[in-house]
Design a protein around this ligand. Structure first.
Ligand code: FMN
Length: 333
């Protein structure tokens, strides 16, 4: 087996105190303490997702569980509009969470709340454009995560792919940038570093690891899917999101096309779409495995997912592959 380096040192791995700059993205309904702890124990940064819980008390219990599983740094992900309330934030701060990531809206109120608390916590803001990255830096974020159009789940509105977005953001801010969207392996990690990023964040790839809460049917669907098997839904309501192609996703797209034709008002669009896009439709497939009765979030990177390893196997494989690439590239000159 190829060499497993002890560290991959970047500004981000130094900032957080981790061995490898590989972050597991927040995964609604799927990223609990077991997954986050496994990623952190393997040398990356695992994150519990606030979108997994309905009460702040549940989040607190899961953070405490994670802390029993590992003493390594970990993160808690706050998707704005989905439990990213101050009550949830206060729990994360009280539990001395080392890293907090914020996404899906204006990060200012949460960043200000964290800064006022005086708790020493590193903050990361997910962005899909240069303006948002500059704003996050100006607000005092410690790092930004640049999520390209290939990514799974909710996306930016400008449809910029990772390959262009990452260097644009790297040249626009001076804080560390993580590349995200379309990354799954050591090739993606080395490409991200070449683009000037200080690390990577993976979403869809961490759905298909043993410790994730995803139903085995969901994981199998990711293994079988090709890069052409995703669709972007919810564009008609201004919040595009990438899902795995199936009859439910295609039905949603059809409804959206009809709404566009009828030129419906935004509120009416949301009202009509809601029964098809609400959380329970997602969990029917993602947690219960009824793959034809709901939709699941997934990125184009499904084309690169061929197995369901443990989180440790995945992190180590990414690092070994990245190391092999640097060895190979030494000989190109
Ligand atoms: C199943 C799934 C659930 C997600 N849930 C969240 C979430 O709750 N919060 C968040 O910030 N991002 C969420 N995302 C986005 C990921 O954290 C990550 O930014 C994105 O998946 C990166 O693109 P990739 O899928 O190509 O790796 C989700 C993505 C997936 C695939």
């Amino acid at each position: 087996m190829s060499h497993l380096p002890e560290h991959l040192q970047t500004r981000f791995s130094d900032l957080i105190g981790i061995r490898y700059p590989i972050v597991q993205g927040g995964l609604a309904h799927l990223s609990f303490a077991e997954l986050a702890a496994a990623v952190s124990l393997a040398g990356g940064l695992g994150q519990i997702g606030c979108a997994c819980f309905t009460t702040a008390g549940e989040l607190q219990a899961d953070i405490q569980k994670l802390k029993r599983l590992t003493d390594k740094p970990f993160g808690v992900n706050f998707p704005i509009g989905r439990n990213a309330s101050e009550a949830f934030l206060d729990v994360a701060l009280a539990e001395q969470t080392p890293v907090i990531s914020i996404t899906g809206g204006n990060p200012e109120p949460l960043l200000r709340h964290i800064q006022r608390s005086g708790v020493a916590v590193r903050t990361m803001v997910l962005v899909a454009g240069v303006r948002a990255a500059r704003k996050a830096e100006a607000l005092g974020a410690d790092a930004v995560i640049a999520v390209g159009f290939e990514g799974g789940g909710h996306l930016g509105r400008d449809d910029i792919g990772t390959m262009v977005l990452v260097p644009r953001i790297v040249e626009s801010v001076s804080i560390p940038v993580l590349a995200s969207g379309g990354l799954a392996d050591g090739r993606g990690l080395m490409a991200a570093l070449a683009l000037g990023a200080d690390g990577i964040e993976l979403g869809t790839r961490f759905v298909a690891v043993r410790e994730s809460n995803a139903h085995p049917h969901y994981q199998q669907a990711l293994v079988e899917a090709k890069e052409t098997d995703t669709l972007v839904i919810e564009r008609a309501i201004g919040r595009p999101a990438r899902v795995l192609k199936n009859s439910v996703a295609e039905h949603i797209l059809q409804l959206e096309a009809e709404m566009e034709q009828q030129n419906l008002a935004p509120d009416e669009r949301l009202r009509r779409l809601l029964p098809f896009i609400m959380g329970t439709v997602n969990t029917q497939a993602a947690l219960e495995g009824k793959m034809d009765e709901g939709f699941v979030w997934a990125g184009q990177v499904v084309g690169l997912i061929n197995d369901v390893p443990t989180a440790q196997e995945l992190v180590e494989r990414i690092v070994r592959e990245a190391y092999e690439i640097t060895q190979r590239l030494q000989h190109i000159w």
